[in-house]
Design a binder for this molecule. Structure first.
Ligand code: NAD
Ligand code: UGA
Length: 463
């Protein structure tokens, strides 16, 4: 019976998922470890500062389990030695250099973590893949463990399906828990943990490769729906149709459903793009070029969705952004998270800066340092680095971004932007003034009543 768990990786998945597991399984003793000392210190700072991950409901769960049966530590080796089961929740970004750069997953972190498990584990240890991995990564792990002298290993796949912003409810009431593996007794051990709060019909068992592929496929299908609706939003704008009416009509078809049909500035987040690229790389590797091209088009549509918004804003503002101030509402890739990885705001702001704009950026949760880092990294990686003449400033008070702004661009679907008091904010702006709503997230009728020109994604009745 499993009693002691070590989770390697204290990030957006490792922290919240182990907090919920500790909460639901008081008999388990769980240690979450990470090489990043600052991250571990922040997790241990509950109630005294901000946690490394902003997630509604997370603090309440942590306050029940921290110090009881959940610990955060930098002692990776010590936690592995004590564990019956090791979860691998490390990051798996897209490779930046060398063979497969820009597409293949960078397995450096997973390999390092596995080697440390091989060196430190004692006795019989179940190793569980929680990170999203290329299909057949379990083979790599088996080979690393085959050379380990001190222990016997079984590898299982248990990909995580939570979304940021709703992580706690997703983890507490998952649509399904997927367990992949070839060893029935190890699968039973893992299932007996989830069975403490997940009903049996929601626990699916498959072989290792189906489990690894199902995770990539789920993200690819979700991303595909967003690219699909964003493509239709652009058609709506040209034809007089309205994307909200179209999505209501098609979502009512029970075969299609209403979820994941909201148009926006393109999907962001750390996973959709990297997992699509991972699938494309896999298809190319097996010579399945039409399959790779099919999924490539989902990524291309997403890039286009972001570029077209930046170009449209420049066009509406008379073709130049020099000496113009643009208020940016939202920098996180979606509401209810402080995560900016692959946020559409990064690509769109970079384009606007390149056109010479001054950006006044507001986000209720993203720190100034995170905005600076994201924009600096993007500009450094761009072929036109240095071309931008623009500048930006992060404002914590929302009113401040409206001061002398020529335009407001809503990029993240934070609820508070739906409640903006335009009669108070619009007079702070220059005229003519514009509002570009890429999320259908604010009251444009109220903005229009204050004399502003408005644009909403997917609306055929613009300007
Ligand atoms: P993250 O970058 O937030 O966290 C990963 C952590 O692992 C980092 O803190 C890093 O320091 C640590 N780490 C890396 N190598 C290590 C090592 N050898 N020893 C100890 N610590 C190490 O990443 P994340 O968002 O939590 O994602 C983790 C994995 O889960 C990825 O594969 C991702 O695709 C997948 N996933 C993420 C989400 C999500 O919502 N973020 C959801 C489902 C699945
Ligand atoms: C996504 C999946 O939803 C999770 O199931 C998965 O576990 C996770 O990726 C992962 O593997 O990391 P996440 O990226 O956190 O979760 O957030 P989503 O809610 O999926 O949103 C992703 C992006 O799509 C955001 O930029 C969001 O604004 C956008 N989106 C989402 C839309 O533009 N329209 C929609 O209808 C839904």
């Amino acid at each position: 019976m499993v009693q002691t768990i070590c989770c390697i990786g204290a990030g957006y998945v490792g922290g919240p998922s182990m907090a919920v597991m500790a909460d639901r399984c008081p008999g388990l003793d769980i240690t979450v470890v990470d090489l990043d000392q600052q991250r571990i210190a922040a997790w241990n700072n509950l109630g005294r500062g901000s946690l490394p991950v902003y997630e509604p409901g997370l603090e309440a769960v942590l306050s029940r389990v921290a110090g009881r049966n959940l610990r955060f530590s930098t002692d990776v080796a010590g936690a592995i030695r004590k564990a019956d089961m090791v979860f691998l929740s490390v990051n798996t970004p897209t490779k930046r250099n060398g063979h497969g750069a820009g597409q293949a997953a960078d397995l450096t972190y997973i390999e390092k973590a596995a080697r440390q498990v091989a060196d430190e584990a004692r006795g019989s240890t179940i190793v569980v893949e929680r990170s999203t991995l290329p299909v057949r990564t379990a083979d790599v792990l088996h080979r690393i463990f085959a050379n380990a002298p001190g222990a016997r290993f079984e590898v299982l796949s248990n990909p995580e399906f939570m979304a940021e912003g709703t992580a706690i409810s997703d983890l507490e009431c998952p649509d399904r828990v997927l367990l992949g593996g070839n060893c029935e007794s190890s699968l039973d051990d893992l299932q007996s943990i989830y069975a403490q709060w997940v009903s049996p019909e929601r626990i699916i068992r498959t072989n290792l490769w189906s489990s690894e592929l199902a995770k990539l496929t789920a993200n690819a299908f979700l991303a595909q729906r967003i690219s699909s609706i964003n493509s239709i939003a652009a058609v709506c704008e040209q034809t007089g149709a309205d994307v909200d009416q179209v999505r209501q009509a098609i979502g009512s078809d029970s075969r299609l459903g209403h979820h994941f049909l909201k148009p926006g500035p393109g999907f962001g987040g750390s996973c959709f793009r990297k997992d699509l690229l991972n699938l494309i790389y896999l298809a190319d590797h097996y010579g399945l070029t039409p399959v790779a091209d099919y999924w490539r088009s989902v990524v291309e549509m997403n890039d286009w969705a972001q570029q077209r918004l930046a170009r449209m804003i420049v066009r509406q503002l008379f073709g130049t952004l020099r000496d113009k101030t643009i208020a940016i509402l939202g920098f996180a890739f979606k509401a209810d998270t402080n995560d900016t990885r692959e946020s559409p705001a990064i690509a769109i702001c970079t384009e606007l800066l390149r056109e010479g704009a001054h950006l006044a950026i507001h986000d209720p949760c993203v720190s100034e340092q995170a905005v600076q880092q994201a924009l600096a990294e993007r500009q450094a990686g761009s072929p036109q680095a240095g071309a931008g003449q623009g500048s930006f400033q992060v404002q914590h008070r929302i009113e401040a971004v409206f001061d002398d702004a020529d335009a407001v661009v809503l990029l993240t679907d934070w609820a508070e932007y739906g409640e903006l008091d335009w009669s108070r904010l619009a007079p702070r702006m220059r005229r003519p003034g514009w509002v570009f709503d890429t999320r259908r997230g604010t009251d444009l009728a109220a903005a229009r009543a204050c004399g502003l020109e408005t644009w909403a994604i997917g609306s055929g009745e613009q300007f």
